[in-house]
Design a protein around this ligand. Structure first.
Ligand code: PGA
Length: 253
């Protein structure tokens, strides 16, 4: 089963307008055409999306939002809707990132609504799951991730084809500590099996599952070697064009 290889960069709350423009220009100018077997996505902060979209005309790099609100519009000061993301050219949105779960209290019931809003607007969703250190140390990682996947369970088979899953163990995010390639592969296989039980093997086999958590040019090739690891969701290393491109190169092989 062929499924898409994807490398996505999550800029989080980084980059001023000038810094962002310069990073986007570096990516656009230096990403070799030969890496076009990998879908490349960047998720800059909201205020850079329109600039990014214009600057990336003629490039194969797609843009994504880092989050969206569950309603399509209205009196929600400070929020951004999926329709707004779509209107500036975003094709994707990251939902359920562990930082949203941890600092903004997002849970599966809310995330199911956000996923629905995103799909209704015509966006593809990068849905993040991952256990924290306590869960990993008590060997509860599968239970935690299975619970997080339930936010997808109301989707139809067609909708499920618009979903990319990102496994990001919280203890590996921004810590310099990655899951081993074996731990990543084991969890990715578990996620695929869980999706197969719910949606059938064909859909599970067609779903790209990305790894995230201190992925860098040094460790990317080893992590991507796992049969169920289809790419990466990259934080810190996505802020340097050369590092991000090296990771895309590692996935391209
Ligand atoms: P990191 O972040 O690569 O800086 O660990 C990954 C993420 O949170 O998406």
């Amino acid at each position: 089963m062929t499924r898409k290889k994807i490398v996505a960069g999550n800029w989080k709350m980084n980059m001023t307008l000038e810094e962002g423009k310069s990073l986007i220009a570096d990516l656009k100018n230096n990403l070799p055409n030969t890496l076009n077997n990998v879908e490349v996505i960047i998720a800059p902060p909201y205020i850079l999306l329109d600039t990014a979209q214009s600057a990336l005309q003629g490039s194969s790099i797609h843009i994504a939002g880092q989050d969206c609100h569950q309603e399509s519009k209205g009196a929600y000061t400070g929020e951004i809707s999926a329709d707004m993301l779509k209107s500036v050219g975003a094709r994707f949105v990251i939902l359920g990132h562990s930082e949203r779960r941890q600092y903004f209290g997002e849970r599966e019931d809310l995330l199911a609504k956000k996923i629905n809003a995103a799909l209704t607007a015509g966006l593809k969703v990068i849905y993040c799951v991952g256990e924290d250190l306590t869960a990993r140390e008590s060997n509860k990682q599968n239970d935690i991730v299975a619970g997080q996947l339930e936010a997808l369970y109301a989707l139809t088979a067609d909708q499920m084809q618009q979903i990319i899953v990102a496994y990001e163990p919280v203890w590996a995010i921004g810590t310099g500590k990655t899951a081993t390639a074996a731990q990543a592969q084991e969890m990715h296989a578990f996620i695929r099996q869980t999706l197969a039980e719910k949606f059938g093997q064909d859909i599970a086999d067609a779903t790209s599952i990305l790894y995230g958590g201190s992925c860098n040019p040094q460790n990317a090739a080893e992590i991507f070697a796992g049969a169920d690891v289809d790419g990466g969701l990259i934080g810190g290393a996505a802020l340097k064009a050369a590092d991000f491109i090296s990771i895309i190169e590692a996935r391209s092989k």
